[in-house]
Design a protein around this ligand. Structure first.
Ligand SMILES: Nc1ncnc2c1ncn2[C@@H]1O[C@H](COP(=O)(O)OP(=O)(O)OP(=O)(O)O)[C@@H](O)[C@H]1O
Ligand SMILES: [Mg+2]
Length: 400
């Protein structure tokens, strides 16, 4: 396995398990700070492997591979939540410093565990239940009203592993798989279908010493279960809701002992007397799509902040640099794989010198996140139009 070359000056090596776009986007700030990144990548053409010189290829599920990788690092962090618990445990037993820790990560890996823990803390969640049989699904739906949302507790992303069920029959395939080793082993998570006003996200960074910093609460827009746009800060957000949602995020980070960046996905709802309120959807313990705006729109972006946090350095200022920053995701459209994206740059950059384009070096596939565009402005509508235009042009759905 290739080893990271240590730079002179006592700078640490941060290892990232997983070579996706999140690991890739840590490389920019790592270079600026002189911190050495090394990535355990899925393939030698993974998004991060293309930009991080030390990117050994290996399976994140294979204990020996991950251990050998981790022993070369001062601290290990993650691009995704899929490293198995037994691997995390072995790393900690071996004396490897990992952030977030296995104990914290458990609540981002398993949505049933997350629901139990947050409910125990009195944090507002959708009504939920664990179901292991069709009868339990039916009982839950009959009690809270159909349709209900069903989720695989583990392994979901981008809306995969989330289903809308009008009856237990809709979940027959999943129910049949309960008990098999896999994402349904502990049963299904059932939730009421929340009639939300919009989706919000609270992004927090917390260091092992307990320092925490919160970015402004943002609005996230999902299309077909995938985040397509983020508005920072969330427009027209009730100030009381902004403050209680941020407090909830900070409390979750503290109580769960999260280290690094924590994203708390929330639904904005109307409370009993019509007031704006939140319920928590799910947690991610790593830099998150809802924080990509901060790369250009905040004094400290989430990737730099994640590095600072996992190294237990003092955190950077999370305040916004502009009244509004809009992030538009670039999803692979109907373009053929390996489509030439670069040719779009001439038009995008000429049209809008203020648009900040980020591309992940990934092959184009429908629905796949291949990049994003950030635009900061004093006018929200203008920022949305400009970011959306650049993203649409890049993915080939508009030609002028
Ligand atoms: N209880 C619910 N009520 C209404 N809509 C929901 C509920 N749970 C999830 N959704 C919708 O489905 C989307 C995906 O759900 P969730 O965030 O749990 O899945 P995921 O696949 O883990 O997501 P991610 O894309 O964040 O990895 C949410 O953003 C929301 O739009
Ligand atoms: Mg989600």
């Amino acid at each position: 396995m290739s080893q990271p070359k240590r730079a002179p000056g006592g700078f640490p090596v941060v290892g990232v398990v997983g070579g996706g776009q999140l690991a890739r986007m840590m490389q920019g700030p790592a270079v600026e700070l002189g911190i050495q990144l090394t990535v355990l990548a899925e393939t030698d053409t993974a998004a991060a492997a293309l930009v991080v010189p030390s990117s050994p290829v290996g399976e994140h599920t294979d204990l020996d591979t991950v251990l050998a990788f981790a022993r070369e690092c001062d601290v290990v962090t993650f691009d995704h939540e899929h490293v198995p618990a037994h691997v995390l445990e072995a790393l900690e037993d071996d004396g490897v410093t990992i952030h977030p820790t296995r104990a914290a990560l458990h609540f981002a890996q398993d949505k049933l565990a997350m629901r139990e823990r947050l409910s125990g803390l009195g944090i507002a969640c959708p009504r939920w239940a664990r179901a292991t049989t069709a009868e339990e699904v039916t009982a839950f739906g009959d009690e809270i009203g159909w349709p209900v949302i069903a989720k695989t507790p583990r392994g979901g992303y981008d809306g995969k592993g989330v289903a809308l069920a009008g009856s237990a029959d809709d979940l027959a395939d999943w129910i049949a798989r309960i008990g098999e080793p896999g994402p349904l082993e502990g049963g299904l998570l059932l939730e009421e279908k929340v009639d939300f006003v919009r989706e919000l996200a609270v992004l927090i960074a917390r260091s092992p010493s307990g320092q925490a910093a919160a970015w402004p609460v943002v609005e996230t827009v999902q299309t077909d279960g995938i985040c397509t746009e983020v508005l920072a800060p969330a427009p027209g957000l009730d100030p009381h809701l902004a403050s209680v949602a941020t407090e909830a995020g900070l409390r979750i980070a503290g109580e769960l002992g999260v280290t690094g960046v924590l994203a708390v996905e929330m639904f904005e709802v109307r409370g009993g007397s019509g007031e704006a309120a939140y319920v928590v959807n799910e947690l991610a313990m790593r830099p998150h799509n809802s924080g990509h705006w901060s790369m250009d729109g905040a004094v400290t972006g989430q990737f730099e902040q994640h590095l600072r946090a996992v190294l237990d350095l003092p955190l950077g200022d999370p305040r916004p640099r502009a009244p509004w920053t809009v992030m538009a995701n670039v999803l692979g459209g109907d373009l053929p794989e390996h489509e030439e994206l670069y040719s779009a740059y001439r038009h995008i950059m000429a049209r809008d010198p203020g648009a900040k384009v980020h591309v992940y070096g990934k092959g184009v596939r429908p629905g796949r996140k291949i990049g994003h565009v950030n635009v900061s402005a004093t006018d929200l509508g203008a920022a949305r139009e400009r970011a959306g235009h650049a993203a649409d042009y890049l993915r080939g759905v508009i030609t002028e």
